[in-house]
Write a protein that binds this ligand. Structure first.
Ligand code: NAI
Ligand code: MG
Length: 497
């Protein structure tokens, strides 16, 4: 059997070491001594026991980061030396791609087919921002001949990075990469469901020569826990968050005390629009990966599939046939196409949406339950498709964050543009057509931060990503992230008498 047996896991050594938090270059327990367990969603077994960081730990970590920012060697390093550390970190992460893949699969549930990209993706992002470290520039400005006027682009200071559980490894790089390239010091708070790979990156950051106190990792919970204490801390200069829209609002409230900078990458409910003239096979494949990749736990999941009426029936029968053939099982099985969702809470939340959809009159085309049988113990949800969905139904309006697709038929480009935008979110959208006019009209017409034309889920470290509307603000990745982690200072030098 292709399933990797636990005794032959490459990450076994890392897993068996006691798990501690990284504060000021040292591995420590929580001040309270409290811990929590992180589980394997494929079988609900405990993977590791993790320190539950609280207020005292956040205080310690913020103090360490402040000391490292103001007095430590990090800011005294040249930009090229900082870049060197990030390149080294990228190499160390990539060298351990198999361990990262296994840890990500064990902690999150996703199939190895997907998690094997986690470390290379993270390494690519660290390299991209390593490149930026030496290219962060101010400007000279010809404001007035009697003055020499210029701008400095400076690091913001101590930054809090709060990340979710859906992409535990690459989210670390999305946040830490630009934060460190710009010369900030950081406290990273991984999601309580998936803390393992962040802690592993912490080990490698020290090995890469990043000085103590520059990267601190505090594990724990969100509300009334490490997350909230970090977001509300008066000595944190910026917080960057990815997660639920409702949590984004809480983070913003927490930030009010010292008016820290906030960037938010929040929920989505992407329209994936297929016109009758599209390459139907490609559109079906991408409609499926659009919603079933990572068990649908993706902020830009194509969770609303708009199908032009004339192709609806043919498209649906092919997609349902293929969906029913997907192999569901533990992520460690190389043959698995779709694994468990991350937690019991998520499984219950998703199955509850299945009930809601049915009570609203949507028609269940496939899936719609937990598979049971051998998979009984894990947090599985069958890949699920609803047809005859109306864009006003809750399953079309709310972020389900699971493998549940809502299919909505349409007749005209104007009708579909309007429905695509009838939503609180605006993170991403996609269009399938051979007609360049339709493609560009919708690329301009959909109110969202990323539009894919005849493709889906394309990412590159150089392409900015972020939301319109309630999907948040600020752009991560690309050179835009450099703006998120720097301040501009204007300097006036009097040249007159
Ligand atoms: P969440 O957004 O509440 O949690 C994400 C991170 O924020 C975790 O590290 C958590 O500990 C932290 N956090 C939570 N509350 C906080 C607070 N008040 N202050 C500071 N930090 C806080 O997401 P959760 O609860 O795990 O999942 C619930 C729903 O959120 C999912 O069903 C999904 O719809 C959505 N979600 C969306 C994501 C996205 O990327 N759009 C990612 C994860 C969840
Ligand atoms: Mg939450």
């Amino acid at each position: 059997m292709a399933i990797v047996q636990e005794q032959e896991l490459s990450c076994k050594q890392f897993l068996s070491r006691p798990k501690k938090m990284l504060i000021d270059g040292k591995w420590v327990e929580a001040e309270s001594g409290k811990t929590f367990d992180t589980l394997n969603p494929a079988n609900a077994e405990v993977l590791a026991t993790i320190p539950e960081g609280g207020k005292a730990d956040i205080d310690k970590a913020v103090n360490a980061a402040r000391k490292a920012f103001e007095h430590g060697p990090w800011r005294k390093k040249t930009a090229a030396e900082r870049a060197h550390c990030l390149y080294k970190l990228a190499d160390l992460i990539e060298e351990r791609s198999i361990e990262f893949a296994q840890l990500e699969t064990l902690d999150n549930g996703k199939p190895l087919k997907e998690s094997r990209f986690a470390a290379p993706t993270a390494a690519g992002i660290f390299r991209y921002y390593a490149g930026w470290a030496t290219k962060i520039e101010g400007e000279t400005i010809n404001a007035n001949n009697s003055f020499f006027t210029y701008t400095l682009r400076e690091p913001i200071g101590v930054v809090g990075l709060i990340i979710p559980w859906n992409f535990p490894t690459s989210m670390v790089a999305w946040k830490l990469g630009p934060a460190l390239a710009c010369g900030n010091t950081a406290i990273l708070k991984p999601a309580e469901q998936t803390p393992l790979t962040a802690l592993y990156v912490g080990e490698l950051a020290l090995e890469a020569g990043i000085p103590e106190g520059v990267v601190n990792i505090v594990t724990g919970f969100g509300p009334n826990g490490a997350g909230e204490f970090l977001a509300s801390h008066m000595d944190v200069d910026k917080v960057a968050f990815t997660g639920e829209t409702a949590t984004g609002r809480e983070i913003l409230k927490s930030s009010l005390g010292n008016l820290k900078r906030v960037s938010l990458e929040l929920g989505g409910k992407a329209p994936n629009i297929v016109f009758a003239d599209a390459d139907i096979n490609a559109a079906i494949n991408n409609a499926m990966t659009g919603i079933f990749y990572n068990q649908g736990q993706v902020c830009c999941a194509g969770s609303r599939l708009f199908l032009e009426k004339s192709i609806h029936d043919e498209f649906m029968s092919k997609m349902i046939e293929r969906t029913n053939k997907m192999r569901q099982g533990p992520g460690l099985d190389e043959k698995t196409d779709i694994g468990p969702v991350v937690s019991k809470e998520q499984q219950e939340r998703i199955l509850n949406y299945v009930n809601i959809a049915q009570s609203e009159g949507a028609k269940l085309a496939c899936g719609g339950s937990a598979p049971g049988g051998d998979l009984e113990k894990g947090y599985y949800v069958k890949p699920t498709i609803f047809e005859s969905v109306n864009n006003n139904m809750r399953i079309a309006q709310e972020e389900i964050f699971g493998p549940v697709l809502a299919v909505i038929p349409f007749s005209t480009i104007d009708e579909v543009t309007e429905q695509a935008n009838q939503i609180a979110y605006g993170l991403s959208g996609a269009v399938w057509t051979q007609d360049v006019k339709k493609a560009h009209k919708l690329a301009a017409g959909i109110k969202a931060g990323t539009i894919w034309v005849n493709c889906y889920n394309k990412f590159d470290p150089s392409m900015p990503f972020g939301g319109y509307k309630m999907s948040g603000y600020g752009r991560e990745l690309g050179k835009q992230a450099i703006e998120l982690y720097t301040n501009i200072k204007s300097v006036w030098v009097n040249l007159g008498d």
